[in-house]
Design a protein around this ligand. Structure first.
Ligand SMILES: Cc1cc2nc3c(=O)[nH]c(=O)nc-3n(C[C@H](O)[C@H](O)[C@H](O)COP(=O)(O)OP(=O)(O)OC[C@H]3O[C@@H](n4cnc5c(N)ncnc54)[C@H](O)[C@@H]3O)c2cc1C
Length: 289
């Protein structure tokens, strides 16, 4: 199908983008990579009156790495984050998760911030923003504000941001010391959206005993959730911890839906299996950090 007719604006500054969004009203939509928005238009599942293309707005295409974390601008493509060694050193989940986002052609154009703004519970980067305790910066005509991940995601494809607004960056805090990460997902074909995925962090003390084990899942809840699994493995050695018990605990904490691709029971089973596997890997990594 072809999209319904729409207007197009390509502002050259953030202020201009916000003023077009304001003057066009509710029917206007920001477009970054277009990799989610354009298919929705083509299927006529969305029919915005105007697309406000932010690709000519300057200063939105940088990845800024500091000891505190990684700030990803709104025009940074998935592929840029995938290959950003500095970002991976400070927050390894970024490259690990981005490698699982779609296919190379889509990663070349789609943006990490666009994927967060799209708020798809099947998206990898929404889950990583939650697991790392991240936030986004939202610019509106009244000024910019920082919104914590927990206040940003409201429902599937829905965020707390309404009215004229551009998400200018996402911030992913740095990985704490003695912490390892792992990420794994199951999809029907490589590059497809995950049937289920898990990102985890494990933190150890100086005797290599577990002090924290946390997980966030993909295609499981309506919004990203972070589950604390520490009680199942607290104080146990990184080499011999009962990761299966953590997987069993995780299965009791999630509430997946069934759909065409997988039943709720199958998703719950995958949550247990992926949790057990990824926590064990993250614990090994934590010993060397
Ligand atoms: C075949 C296919 C497979 C895919 N597989 C996956 C996958 O496995 N995992 C995954 O995570 N994604 C997947 N995607 C989506 C892809 O990752 C997109 O890049 C991403 O979801 C959206 O980024 P975008 O920059 O293309 O956003 P756009 O399509 O431009 O916009 C998406 C939505 O976010 C809003 N938006 C975008 N940027 C901003 C901003 N800066 N401020 C405010 N609102 C904004 C838009 O208004 C729109 O509502 C897939 C896409 C396709 C077509």
């Amino acid at each position: 199908m072809k999209p319904a007719p729409f207007g197009y604006a390509d502002p050259t500054s953030l202020g201009e983008a916000l003023s077009v969004l304001q003057s066009e009203g509710e029917g206007a939509k920001v477009m970054a990579g277009g990799q989610s928005l354009l298919p929705l238009l083509s299927m006529r599942l969305a029919s915005p009156t105007t697309l406000v293309d932010i690709n000519r707005v300057p200063d939105l295409d940088t990845v800024v790495v500091s000891d505190d974390g990684v700030r990803v601008g709104a025009l940074v493509r998935h592929v840029d984050l995938l290959h950003h060694a500095g970002a991976a050193a400070v927050q390894p989940l970024l490259a690990r998760a981005t490698a699982n986002v779609a296919h190379p052609a889509i990663r070349n154009r789609g943006t990490t911030v666009g994927s967060i703004a799209h708020a798809d519970p099947s998206g990898e980067m929404t889950s990583v923003l939650a697991l790392t305790g991240g936030s986004v910066t939202v610019a509106t005509p009244a000024g910019s504000s920082v919104v914590d991940w927990a206040d940003f995601f409201v429902g599937p494809l829905e965020t707390s941001v309404h009215g004229p607004a551009v998400v200018t960056d996402a911030f992913f805090p740095a990985l704490p010391a003695r912490t390892g990460t792992a990420f794994e997902e199951i999809s029907r074909r490589k590059g497809d959206y995950a049937v289920c995925g898990a990102g985890v962090t494990v933190t150890l003390d100086h005797d290599s005993r577990v002090t924290s084990a946390r997980a966030s899942y993909i295609s499981v809840g309506l919004v990203p959730e972070v589950h604390d699994l520490t009680e199942a493995v607290a104080g146990q050695s990184a080499d011999t911890a009962d990761w299966a018990a953590a997987g069993a605990l995780a299965r009791t904490l999630v509430d997946p839906d069934g759909d065409l691709h997988a039943s709720a029971d199958y998703r719950r089973l995958l949550v247990g299996v992926l949790t057990e596997r990824t926590l064990a890997r993250a614990a090994q990594e934590a010993q060397n950090r």
